[in-house]
Design a protein around this ligand. Structure first.
Ligand code: ADP
Length: 584
C-alpha cells in the first residue's frame, strides 16, 4: 500500500477554484456592482440617523419627515442592491461546486487501479457529495456575504473616523481584543470540525461496507458484532460533533458580551466628549448608528470565518483526490488500430503489484486468431492479473503484450479496449434501459443492439419483457435472473465486435436450463473471435483449443483436455478439485 499523498496547500487549492469561476466573471462583475451600492448605503444611513434623532428630539415634524423619506429611499435602493447581489452571485457559486464535482468525477474515472484500491467507496462518495456541497456553500457565503460584510465594516469604520476620530480610535482599541478571541476560537473550531468530518467519512466507509456485506453478516449471525462496531463509530462521531458544537456555543456569548461592553464604553466616552464640547448630539447619534452597523458585519464575519475553516478542510480533502495517480496516458504517437485478426502474444512477461512480489514470471504465450484458450489454475495463480495486462489496466514490468504484432503500450487505450472485450465474473450492470446497458456508452443503432443480444442468446428474454429493449434495469440488475444478467454481459461485450474476448466464467452454478442458455450465448459470441477464458466449467475446458494451466504465475502445463488428462499431472488434479460441474 502506498503512503497517502501529501496534503495540497490551501493557497493552491483555493487558487485552482478560479478557473471554475472565470466563465461567470460578467455575472460576478454585476454582482460586485450591487455589493458596492449596498455597502455605500450604510454610511448614508448613519448620517441620516444623525439628523433624524436630534430632529425628533426637537419636535420638528417637518424635518423628521424629510429625513425619514430620504432614509426610506436609501433603504429601498439598498435592499434592491442586496437582491441583485444575492441572485447574481448564487449561480456562479453553485456552478463552482458542480464544476468541482465534475472535475473530480472525471479524475476518479481515470484513477490508477492501484490508487483506487486504496480508497474507500464510502469515503469517496462523501467527498464528492458532502464536501463538494460545503465548498460550494462557502464560496457562496464568501462572495455574497463575507465580502460585502468586510466592505461594510471598512466603510462604516471610515465614517466613524470621519465623524470623530478620537472616539473611533478608542473604539478600535477594543477590536483587536475581539479579533484575537475570534481567531483563537476559529483555529480550535477548525481542528474540531476536521476531526468530526473525518469521523463522518469513517462512518460512510463502514456503512458502505455494511450495506454490501449485510447478507454475509446475517449469514454469520454477526449482527451484534457489526452493531457494536457501528455504535462505536457513531459514538466517536457524536463526541467529535459535541466538541465542535461546544466551542461554537461558547463563542457566540463571549463575542456578544464583548460587543455590549464595547458599546457601553463608547457611550461613556461619547458623553465625556460632548461634555468637553468636542462633539454634538447629532455627531454622537450618527456615530452610534454607525457603531450599531458594525455589529452585523462583525458577527457575519466571525460565523463565516468558522464556516470558511470547515470549507477549507473539505476543499483539501477534495483536492487530495487529485494527488492520486491516474492511469498512464497513451503515448503521444499512439497508433490507431487497424482491423484486427486477434492474434495475442505474451513475450517474457514479468509483473507484480508490488515491486518485490512478482505475480507473473517470464510468461510466454501465443494465441492464434480465432483460438479458444482456457486458463485454469488455483486461485491466486495470476489469471485475472493476466487479463488486466491484456486490457492494459496494468503494464508489465518486463516483456511485451502484443495484439496482431502491435505492442499494447503503443496503442490507444480506448481503441484497445474496444478491440478486447471483457465479460467479468460478476455480471455487473448499471441502472437504465436494457438497450442502454448493452450499448454502455457506445454509439450503436438499435439494430446493432438487437444483433448483439441475439448473439448472446439474450434476445428471447428481452423481447418477452413488457417494454422489450426499453425495459428498465434496476440497480445491480436485481430484476433479472443470474443467467439473464450473464447473457446481457455477453451482449454488451460483443456489441463492438471485438477481435478478442476475455471471459471470466462465473463460479456460481446456474440451474441446468439457465446454464444451457448462457452456454449457447457464449458459443455464438465466441465464434470467429480469439477467446481467453478463465474456466470454471468442465464443458468450457473440453471445448477449448488449448488449456493453459497457470500456477504461481508460471505456465505449468498446456495442451488439450485429453492430452492433459492423459499426462496425469496438475491439470488432472485440478479437474478433480475445481470444476463445478463434472459432467460435460
Ligand atoms: P487468480 O485470478 O488466478 O485467482 P489473481 O491474478 O487475482 O489470481 O492474483 C494473483 C496474485 O496477485 C495474488 O497473489 C493476489 O493476491 C495478487 N493480486 C491480485 N490483485 C491485486 C491487487 N489489485 N493488488 C495487489 N495484489 C493483487
Amino acid at each position: 500500500m502506498s503512503a497517502p499523498p501529501p496534503a495540497p496547500s490551501l493557497r493552491s487549492s483555493v487558487a485552482r477554484l478560479w478557473p471554475l469561476l472565470r466563465p461567470h466573471r460578467r455575472r460576478l462583475g454585476a454582482g460586485a456592482a450591487c455589493v458596492v451600492v449596498y455597502v455605500a448605503c450604510w454610511p448614508l444611513l448613519a448620517l441620516l440617523a444623525g439628523q433624524l434623532i436630534p430632529a425628533i428630539g426637537a419636535g420638528d415634524l417637518g424635518a423628521s419627515l424629510r429625513v425619514i423619506l430620504l432614509a426610506l429611499l436609501v433603504f429601498l435602493t439598498q435592499k434592491l442592491a442586496q437582491f441583485g447581489q444575492d441572485t447574481l452571485l448564487a449561480d456562479p457559486a453553485l456552478r463552482v461546486s458542480q464544476g468541482l464535482r465534475q472535475q473530480l468525477f472525471g479524475r476518479l474515472q481515470r484513477l490508477d487501479f492501484a490508487a483506487l484500491d486504496t480508497l474507500s467507496a464510502g469515503d469517496l462518495t462523501y467527498r464528492l457529495t458532502e464536501d463538494a456541497d460545503r465548498v460550494g456553500e462557502v464560496i457562496y457565503k464568501t462572495i455574497h456575504d463575507t465580502l460585502p460584510s468586510a466592505l461594510q465594516l471598512l466603510a462604516v469604520l471610515a465614517t466613524m473616523l470621519w465623524l470623530d476620530w478620537p472616539l473611533a480610535l478608542a473604539t478600535l482599541l477594543l477590536a483587536p481584543l475581539v479579533a484575537l478571541l475570534v481567531a483563537g476560537f476559529g483555529a480550535r473550531v477548525m481542528t474540531a470540525a476536521e476531526r468530526s468530518q473525518r469521523q463522518v467519512s469513517d462512518l460512510a466507509g463502514l456503512l458502505a461496507e455494511a450495506i454490501t456485506g449485510l447478507p454475509l453478516v446475517r449469514a454469520y449471525a454477526a449482527e451484534p458484532w457489526l452493531q457494536q462496531r457501528f455504535d462505536a463509530e457513531v459514538e466517536l462521531h457524536r463526541q467529535a460533533r459535541t466538541r465542535t458544537l461546544r466551542l461554537l456555543a461558547l463563542q457566540h456569548p463571549v463575542v456578544g458580551f464583548l460587543e455590549a461592553v464595547g458599546i457601553l464604553a463608547v457611550l461613556l466616552i461619547g458623553a465625556w466628549r460632548i461634555q468637553a464640547g468636542q462633539l454634538d448630539s447629532q455627531g454622537l447619534s450618527s456615530y452610534m448608528a454607525a457603531l450599531l452597523m458594525l455589529i452585523d458585519p462583525i458577527s457575519h464575519l466571525t460565523t463565516n470565518f468558522n464556516e470558511f475553516q470547515q470549507g477549507q478542510a473539505s476543499l483539501q480533502r477534495l483536492r487530495a483526490i487529485e494527488r492520486e495517480p491516474v492511469e498512464r496516458p497513451d503515448r503521444p504517437a499512439a497508433l490507431p488500430l487497424p482491423a484486427l485478426r486477434g492474434a495475442v502474444q505474451l513475450e517474457g512477461i514479468r509483473f507484480g503489484y508490488a515491486a518485490d512480489q512478482p505475480v507473473l514470471h517470464n510468461l510466454d504465450l501465443a494465441v492464434e486468431p480465432g483460438q479458444v484458450v482456457a486458463l485454469v489454475g488455483p486461485s491466486g495463480a495470476g489469471k485475472s492479473t493476466l487479463f488486466s495486462l491484456l486490457l492494459r489496466f496494468n503494464q508489465p514490468q518486463a516483456g511485451r503484450v502484443l495484439l496482431d504484432g502491435h505492442d499494447l503500450a503503443d496503442l490507444r487505450a480506448r481503441e484497445l479496449r474496444q478491440a478486447v472485450a471483457l465479460v467479468p465474473q460478476q455480471s455487473q450492470v448499471f441502472s437504465g434501459s436494457i438497450a442502454e446497458g448493452i450499448r454502455f456508452g457506445r454509439p450503436a443503432s438499435i439494430e446493432q443492439v438487437r444483433e448483439a443480444a441475439r448473439l448472446a442468446n439474450a434476445d428471447g428474454f428481452i423481447e418477452a419483457l413488457p417494454e422489450g429493449y426499453g425495459s428498465r434495469l434496476e440497480e445491480r440488475g436485481r430484476n433479472l435472473s443470474g443467467g439473464q444478467l450473464q447473457r446481457l454481459a455477453i451482449a454488451r461485450a460483443v456489441l463492438g465486435n471485438p477481435a478478442v474476448l476475455l471471459l471470466d466464467e462465473a463460479t456460481s452454478a446456474l440451474d441446468a436450463e439457465a446454464e444451457e442458455a448462457v452456454q449457447r450465448g457464449l458459443e455464438q459470441a465466441m465464434a470467429g473471435r480469439t477467446v481467453l477464458v478463465i474456466a470454471h466449467r468442465l464443458a468450457t475446458v473440453q471445448r477449448a483449443d488449448r488449456i493453459v494451466v497457470l500456477e504461481a504465475g508460471r505456465i505449468a502445463e498446456q495442451g488439450s483436455h485429453n492430452q492433459l488428462m492423459a499426462l496425469g499431472g496438475r491439470y488432472r488434479d485440478l479437474c478433480r478439485r475445481q470444476f463445478i460441474d463434472l459432467t460435460p
